[in-house]
Write a protein that binds this ligand. Structure first.
Ligand SMILES: Cc1ncc(C[n+]2csc(CCOP(=O)(O)OP(=O)(O)O)c2C)c(N)n1
Length: 392
């Protein structure tokens, strides 16, 4: 695709909108054709490209056909462009992709692959900490991951000065970051002017994004106690090759529950819960089976974007292109010996049940524990298992 083709594509989409045929939230690219064409010369067709709400140019330059892209856009999926065969992924949640990018890169490095991950973000993503923790992680572990910051000095219509009180641009001293500046052709989204969309008939969420179903749960009968069943389930998962992610998984063996798992299957992470989840999601794209261990549900609040907007929805928003077989161990820290206070022992299970599609198991017995983990390890979708520390 050359510069004229890129511009012509966005002009065509803009016209569809002006004609009232696109009653969707979408974002046109423009003004950065030269920079992107240059950058994509370094991007191999097998590399991963992670895009964002402004995905059209990235998709076209990574080989997604204009016909396919246009069809997606016409069906409300401008912000949801996925193609597993081309390793093209996106998220319209600002700050949603950097953690996932390092998860994919971690997996590629562990496999000895030559592929890289290219994570495209705007300067709006520089506003939040998720990018910082991912860059720091990619640097520390020297992961094959480049973050491309596309700086148009705008988040929606607000400039850096509007947002941060200073026009000073943030400089990254990192070999994992490429930052370029450009002037945007269009306003933040679409084109200027209000268009009459009243003739279009909106469909339901279910029609745009058909829900996927989970297989039936097969009950396991076990004589083991709750605690013994947790220990044995971890041993089973370890034997099946699962990788355990979190803090205190290597040093503390997750309250001793991972004692039988080889250290090579444990990833001790920074105290960056959203990054932990992103790591698991990205690794799962490359065939790894991750278990994320949260020693207190309270800390999961920091990972809610990765859990609610990503883990739980990726299969659905990507129309099944990407699967995320991740098991979450969500421990309620209701046990002693110390009193840990109301920010360290809350049970958020009801909230998770209210907002997530993934099954949430709340085992009460050894049989329930075995049922939950065996189910999780037999499917290619995420599940959450709530554990009570008082029962260990
Ligand atoms: C977490 C989150 N907050 C807010 C938004 C709404 N939003 C969508 S795009 C955008 C601006 C992003 O600016 P930038 O990253 O610079 O990208 P640009 O649109 O300039 O390409 C915002 C705030 C969002 N999608 N996700």
């Amino acid at each position: 695709m050359n510069k004229d083709d890129l511009i012509a594509f966005e002009d065509r989409i803009g016209k569809l909108y002006e004609n009232g045929d696109l009653p969707f939230l979408f974002h046109l690219s423009g003004g950065n054709e030269d920079q992107l064409i240059d950058l994509f010369k370094n991007i191999d067709e097998n590399d991963y490209v992670l895009s964002n709400h402004r995905s059209h140019y990235h998709a076209l330059l990574h080989g997604i056909s204009p016909e396919k892209l246009e069809n997606l856009i016409l069906n409300g999926r401008s912000m949801f462009v996925y193609e597993k065969d081309r390793n093209f992924f996106c998220s319209a949640i600002i700050g949603g992709t950097p953690g996932i990018a390092i998860g994919i890169a971690w997996a590629l490095k562990r496999k000895g692959s030559k592929q890289k991950v290219w994570c495209f973000v705007g300067d709006g993503t520089e506003d939040n900490g998720h990018l910082f923790e991912a860059i720091r992680y990619a640097e520390g572990w020297d992961l094959p991951c480049i973050f491309v910051i596309e700086n148009n000095d705008r988040s929606v219509e607000a400039t850096n000065k509007d947002r941060w009180g200073t026009a000073g641009d943030y400089e990254w001293d990192s070999n994992k970051v490429i930052k370029y500046k450009y002037d945007i052709t269009f306003p933040h989204a679409r084109k200027p002017g209000i268009v009459d969309l009243s003739k279009t008939k909106p469909k339901s969420h279910e029609e745009y994004f058909p829900p996927h179903s989970y297989p039936k749960v097969k009950e396991k009968i076990s004589e083991l106690s709750y605690k013994e069943a947790i220990f044995e389930s971890m041993e089973d998962l370890g034997r099946k090759g699962y990788v355990f992610i979190g803090y205190n998984v290597l040093k503390g063996n997750a309250m001793g529950t991972l004692a039988s798992v080889p250290d090579s299957q444990k990833i001790e992470t920074p105290v960056a819960e959203n990054l932990m989840m992103g790591l698991a999601i990205g690794m799962s794209f490359e065939g790894f089976k991750p278990v994320v261990y949260f020693e207190r549900q309270d800390f999961m609040m920091v990972a809610m974007d990765a859990i609610v907007n990503h883990l739980d929805k990726i299969e659905r928003i990507s129309h099944g292109e990407f699967k995320v077989p991740v098991i979450i161990r969500a421990v309620v820290a209701d046990g002693g010996p110390f009193y840990s206070g109301i920010t360290h022992s809350q049970d958020f299970t009801k909230m998770f049940q209210a907002v997530l599609q993934m099954p949430i198991f709340v085992p009460q017995s050894g049989s329930d524990v075995k049922t939950a983990f065996e189910y999780g390890s037999s499917i290619d979708k995420p599940i959450m298992v709530v554990e009570y520390k008082s029962r260990y």
